[in-house]
Design a protein around this ligand. Structure first.
Ligand code: ATP
Length: 297
């Protein structure tokens, strides 16, 4: 095999709670992660010249060691002494710096792809252990599906029932927020409403999308909403346009809404794009792993 093509899928957070802070500054979280159908195309090819070369459709995205996909390739090349060169091409469709883990998803796909292409024989668990060195969300992006993430996000419990199918409207305000600065500005003692993770998992099992909508909750909104009112306005608008619930994903600024009706989701997207003058408004879906792959790692 000389080349491989993979889909690097984005995630949303159905819940995001921060429960403490480690001495090294990392926050302790509890979040329900969910893969969605939106993906970047990742193409990997073996080349003779012993270099890592990265290309992407976004001319402003770094293509050197600052890119997480590059970092993933370098980690495996150096750890397993790969002598050949690696060419990676990213076709990015996941909005960047949006709270949708696009960079982590690309890195996860590169780790999985190089493992196959160079016959490294690494288990998923081993790839996840390697991936966490590059970012807390990378083990989840390797696992995919529905999972509870704890610790710094790397302790994962897969939820084998998965999330009930529904449509997901994504709307990214035209602003950039840095994940690190959002966590830095978070005041744990000022959080009034924490997500009810247990209840969310129960309603997910019941396939009750209406109740799940009511339980969507992200404590990082306490930082981002006072800074960017548009996040609250987008949530409200999605609700009046028929969403079962709406919340910010990750450290933002993307807001998503859950819809059971595809047409309503599309219409809401069109209205929101126009009203808020947004570039990135997309309707996608919940993505679950095939049934036989849902248990364990
Ligand atoms: P998370 O939810 O994990 O914080 P995010 O969706 O908020 O991630 P990303 O799209 O992963 O954010 O991008 C965050 C930063 O990482 C950007 O500033 C970008 O320059 C950098 N980056 C590095 N590699 C990539 C990549 N392959 N795709 C997108 N961004 C990347």
């Amino acid at each position: 095999m000389q080349e491989i093509r993979l889909k690097a899928r984005a995630k949303i957070n159905l819940t995001l709670d921060v429960t403490g802070k480690q001495s090294n500054g990392y926050h302790i979280v509890q979040m329900i992660m969910q893969t969605i159908s939106l993906y970047d195309d990742v193409y990997i090819k073996r080349i003779d010249k012993p270099i890592i070369r990265l290309k992407s459709n976004l001319d402003w995205l770094p293509t050197d060691e600052k890119n997480l996909a590059y970092k993933g390739a370098r980690l495996l090349r150096d750890t397993f002494d790969i002598q050949e060169g690696i060419f990676i091409e990213l076709n990015k469709k996941i909005p960047v710096a949006a709270g949708l883990a696009g960079g982590s998803a690309d890195c996860a796909a590169v780790l999985v792809g190089i493992n196959k292409l160079f016959h490294l024989g690494l288990s998923k668990k081993r790839l996840m252990e390697l991936g966490v060195q590059l970012g807390a969300d990378i083990p989840y992006c390797i696992l995919q599906g529905t999972a509870v993430a704890e610790g710094i996000g790397e302790k994962l419990t897969p939820i084998s029932e998965g999330c009930p199918f529904c449509y997901v409207l994504l709307a990214k305000p035209n602003i950039s927020v840095s994940t690190a600065s959002v966590y830095q500005k978070l005041h744990l003692n000022e959080i009034k409403q924490h997500p009810n993770t247990e209840q969310m998992l129960f309603q997910m099992k019941q396939k009750n999308i209406q109740e799940m909508g009511n339980l969507l909750c992200n404590v990082l909104e306490t930082v981002t909403i006072p800074m960017y009112k548009e996040i609250a306005l987008l949530k409200e608008k999605m609700m009046t346009l028929g969403a079962k619930g709406s919340v910010m994903s990750g450290s933002g600024p993307t807001v998503f809404g859950l819809f059971t009706d595809k047409l309503k989701a599309i219409e809401a997207g069109q209205i929101i794009k126009k009203k808020f003058g947004l570039r990135d408004v997309l309707v996608t879906k919940i993505w679950n792993k095939p049934q036989h792959k849902r248990r364990g790692f």
